[in-house]
Ligand binder design. Structure first.
Ligand code: PLP
Length: 397
């Protein structure tokens, strides 16, 4: 037998392992120091009470023969109508009308960001912003696809735009972005949509952080942009929106009019999912269905507001220090320029040793991340406040 040798082309990801190792080594050497992690990419607040109640009720249903559920309904690839309807409602409030057949329930965005590639030939060229969420690159390397990069730099506000001289078949966009926190404007997204439609390319739009957008001029879905239904798939998640990182639920929207190679991608995806996926647990789907109810949205917005305040605190700290950054406004990520020309790891060590604060070196997210540093708003308010105080003290001139 032969293995898929493309796996041998993957680069080892040392980023989070090295951050962890260096932090542990520092703590062991200085047990008296209170180290604060502003490197957390996971949520920390508990699930909303309405979600917990819905999950308890679902467990109770499973306890009785009359209400027991086995496999989910196969009409919508094992997604329950209650959940699909609530997702459609959430889109409707953004001004986007979807059909039930266009919403596919998943166990999170990460799975579908890779799984969707089953539909496309490995001959396609993939365009990925640099820096970016590392999974986009790795899933394409595993499939042996040619990957090219769109440079995200301080000069373009870490929001690369289409280049007419570059040919790409599959384009990954993530807005609000991880790691840069940068958010495309409606006009910028329109340029990407027009480019994709003109070139017969496909946009894979990662909207995992859309609920952090509170500026009404910004899009929370690519489908708010005219023309997107013929060139885009949107991949979403309850992870950051509603604290589902451990529960696992997401959804992918594939419009019915989206055709490539004379074939409906919606039909191909439905076929792929019904063959390789048996759905998300009933308890999880019922918990998720509570998220986009009126009361659910109110409760998740309280948690999002907590993280947003942390992001504001970090942004205010950098504003005061006169440090350039992106994000922090409609995103839980703050992407700062390292001071005094330090490279990303130099600044990591400097901040850990002198302020006992941990962040994530930008160079770990791609070549263009060198010289930048990611801070996150997912910590506690007290820790974030204290970290900002220490950062200010350390970096003020
Ligand atoms: N997309 C982006 C940009 C992310 O940052 C993450 C997680 O951090 C994911 C997708 C994965 O989300 P999920 O937990 O739904 O798999």
């Amino acid at each position: 037998m032969k293995i898929n040798e493309n796996f041998l082309n993957l680069k080892d990801s040392y980023l989070f392992a090295t951050v962890g190792k260096k932090t542990t080594a520092f703590k062991n050497a200085h047990p008296d120091k209170d180290v604060i992690r502003l490197s957390i990419g996971d949520v920390t607040l508990p699930l909303a009470p309405i979600v917990i109640d819905a999950m308890h009720a679902a467990v109770e249903e499973l306890a009785h023969r009359e209400s027991f559920k086995g496999y989910g309904p196969d009409q919508y690839c094992y997604g329950y109508e209650k959940l699909i309807e609530s997702i459609k409602g959430s889109y409707s409030r953004k001004g986007v009308e979807l059909k039930s057949s266009e919403v596919f329930i998943s166990d999170g965005a990460k799975s579908d960001l890779g799984n969707i590639l089953d539909l496309f030939s490995s001959d396609n060229t993939v365009l990925i912003p640099d820096p970016v969420y590392p999974a986009y690159l790795d899933v394409n390397v595993m499939a042996g696809r040619k990957v090219i990069f769109a440079d995200a730099t301080a000069a373009n506000g870490f929001l690369p735009m289409p280049d007419e001289n570059v040919h790409a078949d599959i384009i990954y966009l993530c807005s609000p972005n991880n790691p840069t926190g940068a958010v495309y404007t409606r006009e910028q997204l329109k340029q990407w949509v027009d480019y994709a439609n003109r070139r017969d390319a496909l946009i894979l739009f990662d909207a995992a952080y859309e609920y952090f957008v509170n500026d009404s001029h910004l899009c929370r879905s690519i489908f708010e942009v005219e023309g997107a239904r013929t060139c885009a798939v949107e991949i979403c998640s309850y992870s950051k929106t509603a604290g589902f990182t451990g529960v696992r639920c997401g959804y992918t929207v594939v419009p019915e009019e989206l055709m490539r190679g004379g074939t409906s991608l919606n039909r191909l995806w439905a076929r792929r999912q019904s063959t390789k996926f048996n759905g998300v647990s009933y308890v999880t789907q019922m918990g998720a269905a509570a998220v986009f109810t009126e009361e659910g949205e109110k409760q998740i917005r309280e948690n999002l507001g907590y993280y947003r305040k942390n992001a504001e605190m970090i942004s205010a700290c950098l504003d005061e220090l006169g440090i350039w950054y992106t994000g922090g406004k409609n995103s839980p990520y703050i992407w700062m320029q390292c001071p005094d020309g330090m490279d990303s790891w130099e600044f990591f060590d400097y901040l850990l040793e002198n302020a006992n604060v941990v962040g994530t070196p930008g160079s770990g997210f791609g070549r263009n991340g060198e010289g930048f540093f990611r801070l996150t708003a997912f910590g506690s308010e007290e820790n974030t406040r204290e970290a900002c105080r220490r950062i200010k003290q350390l970096l003020k001139k």
